[in-house]
Design a protein around this ligand. Structure first.
Ligand SMILES: NCc1[nH]cc(CCC(=O)O)c1CC(=O)O
Length: 311
């Protein structure tokens, strides 16, 4: 049988994540599984703000194109980087078990959000993290940063910044949890929809039955339900990945009676206005649960926040 080719971005985090999926496929298929690196404009140029490339979508589409062209069979992404619109010609074949979805602080001298000195500079490129940081500590100086996880951590180690906010999941996968000085609870910092989860796509028309079986086996039901609710909320708010929207869902209960509990928040850029709500519904209706929470948030005044802060 031919090798399975896994398309990945070239960054260390992307290669690590794709390696996790490649290992999982290897364990389920008695086949060779190889990584195919795709370099994107967003990876090559680490300084230009992402918005001028058309947002993080640039990372995703180059990897997808490799699969659509037939240069690879499977694409691996961070699920939170995927636009909510479905991709023509591809399907979301597997959502593997999620890592910790929370954000973390990496600060000098063991700092936490509560103990950072007045006016401390905290790096993040995410409007969602910036807005929630300002809500917690209006005195903080939020500095836009780009670059991979290692570069961001180094800015703290080198003293260029007092702290950065990153995803727990990325640091865990890179074995860099030693740098974490505080895990931010979701009531302080609601993660991005899909944070901590991976997305594995294949061609719509894929006819490799063994590969499709392996992908199905890699899919985690509870993770798929949770991220479906979170992304349905995001889509219904008509907010993109750069909007100050947080969402986090958990699934509980026996199969057949499982429920999904979804919390969502929209925050003004300056952190002064936060609309935050929760809803619980049947796991089988995850999309509807997300849409109904979006309606609640919109009724509570979220539209001005979503629209007012889009680039
Ligand atoms: N924005 C880039 C990005 N996309 C996914 C992750 C981490 C892994 C994940 O959230 O699953 C990161 C880095 C970060 O936010 O710290």
């Amino acid at each position: 049988m031919s090798a399975v080719r896994v398309a990945t971005r070239a960054s260390l985090l992307a290669r690590t994540q794709s390696g996790i999926v490649a290992d999982a496929l290897r364990a389920r298929l008695d086949r060779e599984v190889v990584l195919v690196e795709v370099s994107t404009r967003g990876d090559v140029d680490q300084t230009t703000p992402l918005a001028s490339f058309g947002g993080v979508g640039v990372f995703v589409s180059a990897v997808r194109d490799a699969v659509l062209r037939g240069d690879a069979d499977v694409a691996v992404h961070s699920l939170k980087d995927l636009p909510t619109a479905p991709a023509e010609g591809l399907r979301l074949a597997a959502v593997p078990p999620r890592e910790d979805a929370r954000d973390v602080l990496v600060a000098r001298d063991g700092g936490t959000v509560a103990t950072l000195p007045a006016g401390a500079s905290v790096g993040t490129g995410s409007p969602r993290r910036a807005a929630q940081l300002r809500a917690l500590r209006p005195d903080l100086h939020v500095v836009p940063v780009r670059g991979n996880v290692d570069t961001r951590v180094r800015k703290v180690v080198d003293g260029e910044l007092d702290a950065v906010v990153l995803a727990h999941a990325g640091l865990a996968r890179l074995d860099r949890l030693d740098a974490v000085t505080e895990v931010l609870e979701t009531d302080q910092m609601l993660p991005a929809p899909g944070q901590g989860a991976l997305a594995v796509e294949c061609r719509d028309v894929e006819d490799d039955a063994a590969l499709l079986d392996a992908l199905r086996d890699l899919d985690d039901d509870a993770t798929r339900v949770a991220v479906t609710a979170e992304r349905s909320l995001l889509a219904a708010l008509e907010a993109g990945c750069s909007a100050p929207v947080g969402a986090h869902a958990t699934v509980s209960g026996a199969p057949g009676e499982a429920v999904v509990h979804l919390t969502g928040a929209v925050v003004s850029d300056d952190g002064r206005v936060q609309v935050r709500k929760s809803v619980t519904g049947p796991a089988g209706d995850a999309e509807q649960v997300g849409r109904s929470l979006a309606a609640d948030l919109l009724a509570a005044g979220a539209p001005g926040l979503v629209n007012g802060t889009r680039p």
